[in-house]
Design a binder for this molecule. Structure first.
Ligand code: HEM
Length: 468
């Protein structure tokens, strides 16, 4: 029987030089009732898992009469995300309801025919073959941030906010083109941030018997936030449709496709939903990844040394470029290990269309299959010393066994921005670490929390000292 408990405390284990244990909530000690479980989940979805959940298994859980199947085995993950994607392609009502006012029927939460017709288009515009072109923007925006850091003169700042601004600027320029303008970019970023902070990510009515959940209550704050985003995106789309857009941007690619193939039915509303989707999915996750990378490397100076030696060997004194990324093995390993320890999307919940049976569990229609990269990536049966920060796991030809490492999900709904996001994270990290020694402000306890994405609670205050 699966149990829920109260209170989570961050754990950091110190085992001496060469060893850093990445903070995680301590498995709760006191058993919780259903209401408390929901309250703790509302605060932090990572704080509900007891120690027994960090093992390979498939568990049948009930919450207010609703079935949740916790899928934490490579075979189970393969079944849900790949083999039976036809039955589990729908996102959870929680995810769909939380995002529908922001991205409409955008790819991230669509399914069925809408998903099938749009996926190739979106996947193509963020395809890895386009990454070298977008790479120039990544370099320019990161170098501009390095200049701003250099002028800070050692004062503390929240690196989570900085990384969100960095990746939002990169995605704004690549999706919308240079013509967006600073004010409009700020408007979209603010709108997204406020929306995410205010939105209900639990949708209790689903647990009370509404299979599709219920539309979330939108107070004036949430409405205003969604309207801010929508206004800017609509204006940009109108400009592009009227031929006034930057011809290298992702939106321009979508608009051109629509003009060439009107039968695709990409009307203005569909275009803006997909633009909002790429913007949201494409900046938040990379920002969280970079923030966690700073936290981990700041606590592992031996890793920092190896990274700097590699950058020196590959780039000498010049800044790393997108063309160097293929040779920056340590930088890549740091980002991959960061994504193992802190997967930005730590919970992937899918709703069963029909009854199913796997791993000895009878799955009822409309129940949730919950794949939790956060748990899977920290299973001692799958990873040696799972809490230890050890980028070496990803060096050389070593690759994790199939369906044990899924920061980008897996199967037909795998993240289409994988190459974009990985390249961006490696490049931004390499450019900034070459110039700055980043350290977490002394005495600061780091607690990972998850609402929609996995972030350090209250941000991550750091000091960045210039190296030369
Ligand atoms: C480190 C960076 C990133 C991580 C860890 C990440 C992770 C993920 C994950 C786990 C999913 C699947 C979610 C689910 O099944 O519930 C997803 C979907 C998606 N991601 Fe990413 N992502 C990253 C960067 C990006 C970037 C840069 C873009 C676009 C430029 C992007 C666009 C998308 C889109 C459009 C989807 C929806 C795909 C679909 O449902 O078919 N992502 N991402």
């Amino acid at each position: 029987m699966f149990q829920f408990f109260e209170k989570a405390r961050p754990v950091v284990e110190d085992r001496g030089p060469g060893w850093f244990s990445a903070a995680r909530p301590l498995p709760p000690e006191v058993r919780l009732g259903t209401v408390d479980t929901l309250l703790v989940a509302r605060r932090n979805l990572l704080a509900i898992w007891p120690a027994s959940a960090y093992r390979v298994s498939v568990d049948d859980i009930r919450l207010l009469g609703r079935q949740l199947v916790l899928v934490n085995s490579p075979d189970g993950v393969k079944h849900v995300l790949a083999t039976r994607n036809d039955n589990y392609e729908r996102k959870s009502p929680q995810m769909r309801r939380a995002l529908e006012h922001l991205i409409g029927d955008g790819l991230f939460i669509s399914d069925g025919e809408t998903w099938r017709s749009r996926r190739p288009l979106v996947a193509d515009i963020v395809h890895k073959s386009r990454v070298p072109v977008f790479g120039e923007t990544m370099e320019a925006v990161t170098l501009a941030m390095a200049e701003r850091w250099a002028r800070r003169g050692g004062e503390a700042f929240d690196v989570l906010v900085e990384m969100a601004e960095l990746t939002a600027e990169i995605i704004a320029r690549t999706v919308f083109g240079n013509d967006l303008g600073a004010e409009a970019a700020h408007e979209v970023i603010e709108g997204f941030t406020r929306y995410q902070a205010g939105v209900d990510s639990l949708n209790i009515p689903y647990f009370l018997g509404f299979d599709e959940g219920l539309p979330i209550l939108r107070g004036p704050g949430l409405r205003k936030a969604a309207a801010r985003v929508d206004r800017v995106i609509r204006r940009v789309i109108d400009d592009h449709v009227a031929g006034r857009g930057d011809d290298k941007s992702m939106i321009e690619l979508l608009v051109r496709r629509q003009k060439k193939n009107p039968e695709l039915g990409l009307d203005v509303s569909a275009l803006s939903n997909e633009a909002a989707t790429i913007f949201m999915a494409g900046h938040e996750t990379t920002a969280a990844t970079l923030t966690w990378a700073w936290y981990l490397v700041a606590n592992a100076p031996w890793v920092e040394e190896a990274v700097l030696a590699e950058i020196e060997r590959v780039c000498g004194a010049r800044p790393p470029t997108v063309a160097d990324v293929a040779e920056l093995d340590w930088c890549r390993a740091v980002i991959e290990e960061t994504l193992r320890l802190y997967p930005p999307v730590p919970i992937l919940a899918r709703q069963a269309r029909e009854a199913d049976s796997f791993a000895g569990v009878e799955v009822a229609p409309a129940s949730l299959a919950v794949v939790v990269p956060w748990l899977l990536h920290r299973c001692a049966e799958l990873w040696e010393t799972p809490d230890r920060f050890m980028p070496e796991r990803f060096l050389g030809s070593q690759r994790p066994a199939p369906y044990t490492y899924i920061p980008f999900a897996a199967g037909p709904r795998i993240c289409p921005g994988l190459a974009f996001g990985l390249t961006e994270a490696i490049l931004c990290f390499a450019i900034l670490i070459q110039r700055f020694r980043v350290r977490v402000v002394e005495g600061r306890a780091v607690e990972p929390v998850c609402r929609l994405t996995l972030r350090p609670k209250g941000g991550l205050p750091v000091v960045a000292a210039a190296r030369r």
